[in-house]
Design a protein. Structure first.
Length: 119
C-alpha cells in the first residue's frame, strides 16, 4: 500500500502523532478512494479523493460532527482535536468496516478545498 505523504521532513520527530499511527489510519480505510495525508500544524489531515475527512491529533482520529453520520456515531466518544476546535467525534479506527462506512458518508458531503491564492 502506498500513500501520498506531503511536507514530510526526514528525521522529524516533533509531532504527537507517529508516522506508524497515521499509516495505520490510512490502512484501515484503504479501498474507499484515493487516500493521502498531509502534515498540518504538527499533526495530520487525512484526505479521501482530495477531501479532508479525518484529522489525527495525538494518535487520535477525529471526524466532524455532521448530520449525515449522527446516527452512525451516536455511541462514539466526543473530543476536541486541538485547543479552540469545535467538538468532533472520535473515530474507532480499529473497526475498519465501520470506519469505511462513516468516511464514505463524510466524503459525499465534503467539498474539495479551494486552492489558496498565491501572494
Amino acid at each position: 500500500m502506498c500513500y501520498i505523504i506531503e511536507n514530510k521532513i526526514e528525521g522529524e520527530n516533533e509531532m504527537s502523532t507517529t508516522n506508524k499511527y497515521i499509516e495505520y489510519v490510512c490502512e484501515q480505510i484503504n479501498g474507499i478512494g484515493e487516500i493521502r495525508y498531509k502534515k498540518m500544524f504538527g499533526e495530520y489531515m487525512v484526505y479521501v479523493n482530495n477531501k479532508p475527512v479525518i484529522i489525527v491529533c495525538d494518535n487520535v482520529p477525529f471526524v466532524k460532527k455532521l448530520d449525515c453520520i449522527e446516527e452512525m456515531m451516536k455511541n462514539a466518544e466526543i473530543g476536541y482535536p486541538y485547543n479552540g476546535a469545535k467538538e468532533h467525534y472520535i473515530l474507532d479506527i480499529d473497526n475498519s468496516e465501520f470506519c469505511k462506512s462513516v468516511i464514505t458518508e463524510i466524503e459525499k458531503v465534503t467539498p474539495i478545498p479551494k486552492p489558496r491564492k498565491k501572494k
